[in-house]
Design a protein around this ligand. Structure first.
Ligand code: XMP
Length: 333
């Protein structure tokens, strides 16, 4: 029967003990609550020996990288390095439609870049008081990720490869002798949020909807192109902004706009056009293992639909997904 307050103290002590007083720890920070809480714990435990990076995979949301850098710097004193790798990810994803392949490509490209960063960081730290080897890699893995990736293995295979469980660290761990540090491995999302509050992390960050590592790439049903990412990104920004303006953000666990790449006919002025279909998704859930659809009123959805069709070129239709989980998943693929 442990208290959350004890968790922070115990975990910081455990991290110090594990990492010792020379090693460097590399952590990928996405701006989500999990990686932010993980980073805050590391920062608290080992100060500047924690090195935070964000790899821009070209599939992040509008202005997201700049915002994450600014927030981590401002609130946690963490100097986030943003690695701009959008072109590389998009070139590796070209023509790929299978969602598991997309996840694998993105996961292994992340590893390539983490490896490069680890080397760069060690070189940079040489001849400074913090010189040392990058020996640890921080992951914001939560308990549900652990169960979901373990319990569905078998002949019918993993339901989905969570890139932050399995896959990603193994090659790095073997190749570089990196060890994995997962301070949140035994926690559920609501517990992570509680700990975030205790650590003084701003409420807007603590309550942020989760965003998957592969980002918009797995919210495009079909192959990923720059043009499609931009369309989905703009539509998503409009939807989320309108949700916030309506005061609904904190009542929803996760919301986003995805893109169906089949074309639907629309009429603009006196022209018939074939545009993409935007799929709006919003769910309520406690643990992300099951979820129910959020009930907007139709007037609100109508406004969102009009805003997206008017403001985003290339979209001719907007639909709202009414599928709960199960049988649906939260993401579209
Ligand atoms: P699903 O779609 O499995 O989503 O119902 C459950 C939660 O997991 C997130 N999700 C992912 N997160 N990499 C991630 O980091 C992934 O490949 C991935 N797939 C799903 C999803 O956004 C939701 O919060």
């Amino acid at each position: 029967n442990w208290e959350m307050g004890d968790f922070v103290k115990l975990e910081i002590a455990r991290i110090r003990e594990l990492v010792g007083d020379r090693a460097l720890v590399l952590g990928a920070c996405s701006g989500g609550v999990d990686s932010t809480v993980g980073a805050a714990l590391m920062r608290e435990a080992i100060g500047d020996r924690f090195k935070a990076i964000l790899i821009d995979n070209g599939c992040m949301r509008l202005n997201e990288c700049e915002q994450v850098k600014e927030t981590l710097g401002h609130h946690l004193g963490i100097d986030l390095t943003v690695v701009d790798a959008g072109e590389l990810f998009l070139s590796r994803l070209a023509g790929v439609t299978d969602p598991e392949k997309k996840r694998k490509i993105i996961g292994s490209t992340f590893i390539d870049l983490f490896e490069k960063e680890a080397i760069r960081i060690e070189q940079e730290a040489e001849n400074t008081p913090n010189s040392g080897k990058v020996e640890w890699f921080l992951q914001g893995t939560l308990y549900p990720d652990v169960i979901e990736s373990l319990s569905f293995r078998g002949p019918s295979a993993t339901i989905k490869t969570h890139h932050n469980v399995g896959g990603l660290p193994e090659r790095m761990m073997n190749g570089q002798g990196l060890r994995l540090i997962e301070p949140l491995r035994l926690l559920f999302k609501d517990e992570v949020r509680e700990i975030g509050r205790q650590l003084g992390i701003h409420e807007s960050l603590v309550n942020r909807h989760p965003f998957p590592g592969p980002g918009i790439a797995i919210r495009i049903l079909g192959d990923v192109t720059k043009e499609r990412v931009e369309i989905a990104r703009k539509a998503d920004h409009i939807f989320i902004t309108m949700i916030k303006e309506a005061g609904l953000y904190d009542q929803i666990s996760q919301a986003f706009a995805g893109l169906d790449t089949s074309r639907s006919v629309g009429v603009f002025g006196d022209q018939r056009v074939w545009g993409y279909i935007i799929i709006l998704r919003a769910v309520r859930t406690k643990d992300f293992m099951s979820a129910e659809v959020f009930n907007f009123d139709n007037e609100f959805l109508g406004k969102v639909s009009r805003a997206i069709c008017n403001q985003v070129d290339g979209v001719s239709r907007v639909v709202y997904d009414l599928t709960s989980k199960p049988p649906g998943t939260i993401e579209l693929e």
